[in-house]
Design a protein around this ligand. Sequence first.
Ligand SMILES: Nc1nc2c(ncn2[C@@H]2O[C@H](COP(=O)(O)OP(=O)(O)OP(=O)(O)O)[C@@H](O)[C@H]2O)c(=O)[nH]1
Ligand SMILES: [Mg+2]
Length: 405
Amino acid sequence: MVNFAPLNTNIKVLGIGGAGGNILGFLSQSNINGLKLSYIDSDANNLAASTLSDKHLIGKNVTRGLSTGGNPDIGRKIAQEDMPLLRKLIEGVDLLIVVVGLGGGLSSGLAPLLVKEAKRQGSLVFCFACLPFTLEGKQKHEAANNALLELRVESGAVILLPNDLLLQELEPTATVLEAFQAASQWVLRGVKALLSVIRQTGMINIDFATLKNVFAEPGGKTLYGLGQGEGENFLQKALDDLSLCPMLFVPQQTRQAERLLVNIIGGKNLTLGDINKALATLAGKFCSKESTIIGAVIDPNKKDYVDICVMGKASARAPKKSATKGVISRDDKKSTPKELPVYPYPLQQQELNLESEVDYSELSFLIDHNKPENRGLFDETEQNLFNGEDLDVPTYLRRGIKIRL
Ligand SMILES: Nc1nc2c(ncn2[C@@H]2O[C@H](COP(=O)(O)OP(=O)(O)OP(=O)(O)O)[C@@H](O)[C@H]2O)c(=O)[nH]1
Ligand SMILES: [Mg+2]
């Protein structure tokens, strides 16, 4: 039986600015039981076009119903002026899920101040942050990068959705709107996964307290991946799907969490062996400390089906300058899955120390606009040209192919 725990955790999704409003509009169509959606914007036209019921015009005295024109300073000013309203919107919220498009002036300026306030009042904050397309230019990227650095300091988790990567997932003829749609779908899946971690009770339980424990300490990068498999070889399909999840798109050295939280929703024929295999693979790939918290729920209405969500905080002790810094590589040979036991809940309660060695070069994988191409580790060496292509640039960047993380 899939049981839903009582809704004793107050959860709110807050969309900020144009991207936040669009994505929340998409979320609202799936009528997720008991989920509160609020949308704030300084752009009166965006608000008027939105079908969301809980929407608020902010910055009336600053922009008079217009956008910030891409200026994060104006976004910050709006946050300061409208802090009483913002405080009201997040009051008493246990889990605040912020949805933003970084690079926009409102989101980049306001979101870090809002998240700081939420943290101060005791909320756990998860941010789903879309990153601008490379072609949107240096200024947007700088604004996004700066905001991201600030957001990381204050949030429990920041999950990135680079718009470039989402476009890459689609057909070459895909439009920007289709990439936006893909981002919305990922946020929907991400939010649903988070809710199922907190609300569903099953064979092995994870609850909000566990989630808070893993993510309470702000700072550091977030590991977040989703995978789904159905039919024949459903488990392998889900693991393959997970390794293509764009939300896992973080530099190699940060794909090692000290504590890994794995939530599995399976059909009625999911076996303990399946769970064990999934855990062993994921722990081998993503966990530096063999410290895995597992939640498992059986959905009796499904068969040959599994939905896996993996999340964690990057290891503070990850090497700062690994051989793969700045370069997205395929599966690391050294991290071959090892057989690990299924750990009972609750597991080792280690304190995470994320202050000291965290590498904040969040967008190191994005194009550096000062250079012809981002060459990662090979920045200091001569270009290795073949048929006009720099072979030191990851193939996925040169050819636009999907990467398996
Ligand atoms: N995935 C996704 N990204 C979007 C969407 N709309 C905009 N973006 C991205 O988000 C970035 C920020 O845009 P907005 O959200 O419109 O900016 P804002 O926060 O409203 O700030 P200003 O309009 O500058 O005041 C853009 O540069 C786009 O890359 C959307 O609907 N979906
Ligand atoms: Mg806007």
